[in-house]
Write a protein that binds this ligand. Sequence first.
Ligand SMILES: Nc1ncnc2c1ncn2[C@@H]1O[C@H](COP(=O)(O)OP(=O)(O)OP(=O)(O)O)[C@@H](O)[C@H]1O
Length: 260
Amino acid sequence: MSSDIANHAAIRVEGVYAAYQRQPVLSDINLDFPRGRWTAIVGPNGAGKSTLFRVLTGSMSPLKGELSAFGERIFHARRAGRIAYMAQREAIEWDFPISVWDTVMTGRFGHMREDPLWQRLAPSRFVHSRHTEAVRSALADVDMLDFADRHISALSGGQKKRVLLARCLAQSADILLLDEPLAGVDPPSEALILEVLAGQRKAGRTVIMVTHDMPGARRYVDHVVLINRTVRGTGSPEDMLSDARLATLAVGSSDDDLQD
Ligand SMILES: Nc1ncnc2c1ncn2[C@@H]1O[C@H](COP(=O)(O)OP(=O)(O)OP(=O)(O)O)[C@@H](O)[C@H]1O
């Protein structure tokens, strides 16, 4: 890999606009998410943070704009399984009859494309050991290995978050996108999740999370993006998460501002 490619932003967003039923939500988003760093995306409710993640993961198409990852069109990174995503807890149907183990295994489906045909068609007990190892290791990281056989409906809120994080880790991706990984968890789970993410960054992964947890962000992240329908600031946690700076964040976010 040339040093030029190695130095590229993990994800670059250029001139992105997004809307629901022609109602504008994101306007002229221009961002670089630095490679190997931990970025917090911060903004008030309804600021468009989850929408930005939908655009990054490809579940929503932008009206216009360009997205790249590691210097190539983002499609290639998605296709190669280099981008993992942890949805908000509410995005999952928790009554679906599936175990913790199988839920985390779904994080491996992208990689199973590379397996030989017989293995992909074979019953789950023939799944390649690299997948079972990835699932086991991810569950161990979030301290949920003892719950592997449990039905996902029989988990507490904090345990559900851990399972979602484990599924994201099991993807063995270079970029982790996490939508409010700390919301609704108790302090021990929050501490565990922050330590797991710190470990991911230390291992060279790029971590990008939406959060409303300012103390956690101030303590852990390297880089902050302030967003309210458009980018309101990017920089260090010290500069971006000061009380004065955060107080200005809700200003100027009316839909009128979003008309192109
Ligand atoms: N599927 C949808 N259809 C129509 N409008 C939507 C949809 N999803 C979100 N919106 C609207 O888009 C805007 C941005 O929503 P989004 O969920 O991206 O904000 P957010 O910053 O993630 O908010 P929160 O912090 O509350 O999770 C809001 O006005 C929301 O009502």
